[in-house]
Design a protein around this ligand. Sequence first.
Ligand code: SAH
Length: 347
Amino acid sequence: MAARLHRHASELPSLPLRLSASRTRLLEAANRPPSALRLRPKSCGPARVMAAAASATAEEGLKKGIAEFYDQSSGLWEDIWGDHMHHGFYDRGVTASIDDHRAAQIRMIEEALRFAGVSDDPSKNPKKVVDVGCGIGGSSRYLSKKFEAQCEGITLSPVQAQRAHNLAVVEGLADRVTFQVADALEQPFSDGQFDLVWSMESGEHMPDKKKFVGELARVAAPGATIIIVTWCHRDLLPSEDTLLPEELNLLNKICDAYYLPSWCSAADYIEIAQSLSLENIKIADWSENVAPFWPAVIRSALTWQGFTSLLQSGWKTIKGALAMPLMIEGYNKKLIKFAIITCRKPE
Ligand code: SAH
């Protein structure tokens, strides 16, 4: 296993005084194999039970942080950017005009479908779609309209789920697009239901990537397409065991701001998909295609409307805004990769 995840102490936002100690642990942990992929120790006993309890508590803290972050920030995002809470997709090297961003976000959806080989032939349209980490349901409504499909969206944020439902009502889609608060790692769906499984920029929040992909595969119907668009760290070189300390340091700051746990590389996702016997696994690095996005988000935050709304939307949102230049730094240093991973569940 060449690639390595690094771990992040997800309880950090509520425990600022423990920051440096946690960061030390983080660096130590970075030298270990990824939690999601690590071979489990054979022994059990008090130490293992305590470790499991600590990890469960950290996961609960993370989920609470994610829910509160999106509860607080989604309204502001929607006011300025609309209903898609994901990067836009742009032609490489092209300077985007201020009006291009909404179209670029729609294009992201279309490019992902095209890359995954989802057919435009109406007779092959997916009939049931799950939108895992649905935000305020922008993808759910778009996919439901495009394919005339039923769509189920899940999010950790009650505010998002309610807003997503309200927008579905306004658009006359409430009979086929539904939303609920649920955990992607324990989805409230029975096996094999969906013929398109969609995760647009939610994977980076998942503390256990193998469980995450395992759940996507479980709810997928035989032959279904699975699409994951997510933030990754760069693949490690064969000579490397972990990221560099300064790289980990940068990612830690981003994790604090956006409620992110372990990062992994695209190579890790391939390995997970292979371990689950998924087929037709494809990946691409779209980092250059999303390059205009964060500068545009920063520009929008610096408008009068953006700035005043930001100040009213709470500390978590402000902290997220302050971390935006770090995302640009991560992309510029080729540390952060914007990746798409697609695969198919065997028939
Ligand atoms: N896919 C949406 C929103 C992306 S924002 C869009 O493109 O517009 C990330 C989303 O992931 C948020 O809705 C957040 O609540 C959700 N999320 C993060 N962790 C999750 C989890 N464990 N279970 C369900 N949803 C989760």
